[in-house]
Design a protein around this ligand. Structure first.
Ligand code: HEM
Ligand code: HEM
Length: 195
C-alpha cells in the first residue's frame, strides 16, 4: 500500500510537543481548583500556571504562523468532499481554541489586581483596571475554551481512530515522525517503490 504523504518534521514536532504540554497544562488548570483560595500556595501555583500558559501560547502562535506559511500535504484521494470539509473545520476549531485559551487567561489576568508574577520572580503589573465584570467574562471564556478544546480533541482522536480502523488509510502516518526524512520536505504521495 502507498505511504501517505506526510507533514514536515517541523509540523510533526510542533503538533506532538504542543499536544503533550497542552494536556499537562489542562490537568494543571483542573488541579488548581483543589487549592484553597486566598492562600500563598494558590498564588504560587496560579502564577506558575499563568507563566507556563504564556510560553505555550507563544509556541501556539509560532505554530499558527508556520502553518499559514506552509501548505499541508494533500489529503488521501479516498476521502469524500464532506470528510475534507469536516477535517478543515475541526482543524480550524482546534486552532481557534488553542489561541483562545491562553489569550483569555492572559486578558483575565490583566483585569485583576493580581496581574501576573512571571515564574513567581518578576511581577508584570496589569495594564487593565481591577474590573470584576471583565475578569469574570474572560475567566468564563477561559473555562469555555478549555471545555471546547477537550471536546474537539476527543472528536479529533475519534476521527483518527475511524481512519485507522475502519477506512484503513493509515492517516496517522501523516503526523507520525518519519525515520531519516529531511526535516522540512514532505514526501510525495507515490508508493515507496517508485520514490
Ligand atoms: C495555554 C494553555 C492553557 C490551558 C490548557 C489552560 C487550562 C486551564 C484549565 C483547564 C483551567 C481550569 C478551568 C476549570 O476548572 O473550568 C484553568 C484555570 C485557570 N487558568 Fe488556565 N490554561 C492555559 C493558559 C492560561 C494562561 C496563559 C493564563 C493567564 C495568564 C491562565 C490563567 C488561569 C487562571 C487564573 C485559572 C484559574 C481560574 C479560576 O480558578 O477561576 N491560563 N486553565
Ligand atoms: C491536545 C491534543 C491535540 C491537538 C490540539 C491537536 C491538533 C491538531 C491540529 C490543529 C491538526 C491540523 C494540523 C494542520 O493541518 O495544521 C492536527 C492534525 C493531526 N493530528 Fe492532532 N492534535 C492533538 C492530538 C492528537 C492525537 C492524540 C492524535 C493521535 C491519535 C493526533 C493525530 C493527528 C493526525 C493524524 C493529524 C493529521 C490529520 C490530517 O492528515 O489531516 N492528534 N492535530
Amino acid at each position: 500500500m502507498a505511504t501517505p504523504a506526510h507533514y514536515t518534521g517541523t509540523a510533526i514536532a510542533l503538533h506532538w510537543f504542543i499536544a503533550v504540554v497542552l494536556l499537562g497544562q489542562f490537568a494543571f488548570g483542573l488541579a488548581l481548583e483543589d487549592i484553597p483560595r486566598g492562600t500563598p500556595e494558590r498564588g504560587f501555583y496560579v502564577n506558575l500556571h499563568k507563566s507556563i500558559g504564556i510560553l505555550i501560547g507563544l509556541l501556539i502562535l509560532l505554530r499558527l504562523a508556520w502553518r499559514l506559511a506552509h501548505k499541508p500535504p494533500p489529503l488521501p484521494d479516498t476521502m469524500a468532499p464532506w470528510q475534507r470539509r469536516a477535517a478543515w473545520f475541526s482543524h480550524a476549531a482546534l486552532y481557534i481554541c488553542m489561541v483562545a485559551l491562553p489569550l483569555s487567561g492572559y486578558l483575565a489576568s490583566n483585569f485583576s489586581r493580581h496581574g501576573i508574577k512571571f515564574f513567581n520572580t518578576f511581577r508584570w503589573a496589569p495594564w487593565g483596571p481591577d474590573d470584576k465584570t471583565l475578569y469574570a467574562f474572560f475567566n468564563g471564556a477561559h473555562h469555555l475554551a478549555a471545555l471546547l478544546l477537550a471536546i474537539f480533541v476527543f472528536v479529533h482522536v475519534l476521527a483518527v481512530a475511524k481512519h485507522m480502523l475502519i477506512d484503513r488509510d493509515r492517516l496517522l502516518l501523516r503526523m507520525w515522525p518519519q525515520r531519516g526524512a529531511p526535516a522540512d520536505q514532505p514526501r510525495s504521495n507515490l508508493p515507496v517503490e517508485t520514490r
